[in-house]
Design a protein around this ligand. Structure first.
Ligand code: AMP
Ligand code: MG
Length: 475
């Protein structure tokens, strides 16, 4: 298809050869469109006429596409491996009418030179999950890759059982990962590492291009974006599930939705992913693991951070040491908003901590506790005591109760993707070819802060029978 609305300008494919391999989407016998994100297509300036299924199955490449698979490395649950796109193909970079550059990537489109023993394919359920959760995250105001379309390939793929194959079209500000830098560093090719750093700075941190201390400034800037991102995750109870360094984007977007899920009952130890046996990526560990990943990022950058190793390490350490505080400040700012507070008081941290302790002890629903914070009924005397303290704190604000309430409604979602509803919707789509529950859920999740319209079904926590919810990678 050669729709005039595509504007490809593929800068990544101009990087040194070590960073990618050419790749071709596999043939799919009977592609069928399942989901198409019309709103996103419009935002991207894509007026797609003609058949969408062959386009999003990679069978009819848009004019200007140069399909490649990207090389990267990664610490996966702590162990280092050289990797690469094993089941994803970058078609190229589309430049929108507003001059925004985005990667257009097909996920699940067949083997690439990096597939190793994998089949390069993806099952429908996990691709629909990525579409749903990434779009929900975007609507929540959290930086994330987007989802443009899902097609069924028409083939069954081999997993624990045979499942329908699918391809997701992912839109990202780029797919440059912490692992991309680890890849360059592991090859001990300083020239290429510098090329990658300069490229990434120009693409994502252009304000640093001419800075005299450009590489340390780059490290600081990446730390800042990740601190903000992690705070946003924690504030809505998002659990990524597989925060390996290859799944952390330098742009600061949430990337690679696998076994992710949202917290229901508040507990810092919450883990949903079946493969995260030791709770490495548990809810409460996420900021620490982000810091760990960013330490790997800083290590990769060492050759650029100073002439002598000792000097470079000092620069890296100085930057890395700012992360806990950057995170804490971003989190505290967000938590104050969740409580309707605009001013800062020294005791705020303690006020928040005691609410969280109450939630943990009573196994309270995270989202609904914040959504109904004004209403102490159905709670208990400990909560009532906390509520009184909170009211006293609110009285010291200059803003009116109504203003505080309005602020709270911008920070406390009325709806999140409830695990049981996500499963129900994916099962209906995958097993019964019924997309209705998924479409309905998607629609509600595009307005997560709209208190007036969210039907109560989408607000209720999982039934007790859903306790012990597990998510699977489904690769
Ligand atoms: P993920 O856990 O989805 O981030 O994937 C980790 C690595 O495994 C990435 O390099 C993927 O490209 C690769 N991978 C995952 N699933 C497959 C598959 N079905 N075939 C080939 N490679 C895969
Ligand atoms: Mg990945």
């Amino acid at each position: 298809m050669s729709s005039p609305s595509w504007q490809f300008d593929n800068t990544y494919a101009r990087l040194p050869a070590a960073f990618f391999e050419k790749a071709t989407p596999a043939l799919t016998p009977a592609p069928q469109l399942v989901l198409f994100n019309k709103r996103l297509a419009e935002e991207l300036g894509l007026r797609l006429d003609g058949e969408l299924a062959p386009l999003f199955a990679g069978q009819a490449l848009p004019k200007g596409a140069e399909p490649i698979a990207q090389a990267y490395a990664g610490h996966q649950f702590g162990g280092f491996t050289m990797l690469g796109d094993g089941r994803a193909i970058l078609l190229g970079e589309h430049v929108t009418p507003a001059n925004v550059r985005v990667d257009i990537q097909l996920k699940g489109s067949g083997r690439t030179p990096y597939s190793r023993r994998g089949d390069g394919l993806a099952a429908l359920g996990p691709m629909l999950r990525e579409y749903l959760i990434s779009e929900a995250m975007h609507a929540l105001g959290i930086p994330t890759t987007r989802s443009l379309a899902v097609v069924r390939t028409g083939e069954q793929i081999e997993r624990e059982t045979r499942r329908p194959g699918a391809i997701l079209t992912r839109v990202a500000s780029s797919h440059i990962r912490v692992g991309t830098f680890q890849y360059a560093a592991a090859r001990r090719d300083e020239a290429n590492l510098r090329v990658l750093a300069d490229y990434t700075i120009a693409r994502h941190y252009p304000e640093l291009t001419d800075a005299s201390d450009k590489y340390p400034a780059f490290l600081h800037a990446v730390l800042g974006r990740q601190a903000t991102l992690l705070a946003k995750w924690q504030l809505v109870g998002f659990i990524h599930g597989v925060m390996n360094t290859d799944n952390m984007a330098i742009s600061g977007e949430t990337i690679d939705y696998g076994p992710c899920a949202f917290l229901d009952t508040y507990h810092p130890g919450t883990v949903f992913s079946s493969i995260d046996e030791n709770g490495r990526y548990a809810y409460g560990n996420q900021p620490t693991m982000a810091h760990w990943n960013l330490t790997r990022f800083a290590e990769s950058l060492l050759p650029l951070l100073g002439a002598a190793e000792e000097e470079a390490v000092a620069v890296a350490m100085e930057a890395l040491n700012t992360f806990p505080d950057l995170y804490e400040q971003a989190w505290l700012t967000g938590m104050r908003q969740k409580l309707g507070l605009q001013t800062e008081e020294a005791n705020d941290q303690e006020l928040i901590a005691s609410l969280l302790t109450w939630m943990e002890q009573t196994e309270a629903d995270f989202t609904n506790t914040f959504r109904t914070l004004n209403d102490p009924t159905d709670k208990n005397t400990d909560f009532a005591a906390w509520h009184t303290r909170w009211q006293e704190r609110r009285e010291r604000e200059a803003s009116s109760p109504a203003e505080q309430f309005a602020l709270m409604q911008t920070a406390n979602p009325a709806v999140i993707p409830r695990n049981h509803l996500v499963e129900e919707a994916l099962a209906a789509a995958e097993n019964d070819n019924n997309l209705e529950p998924l479409q309905a859920l998607l629609e509600v999740l595009t307005q997560p802060y709209d208190y007036s319209s969210a039907p109560s079904k989408y607000q209720e926590p999982a039934p007790a029978s859903a306790c012990g919810y597990k998510t699977f990678c489904g690769t």
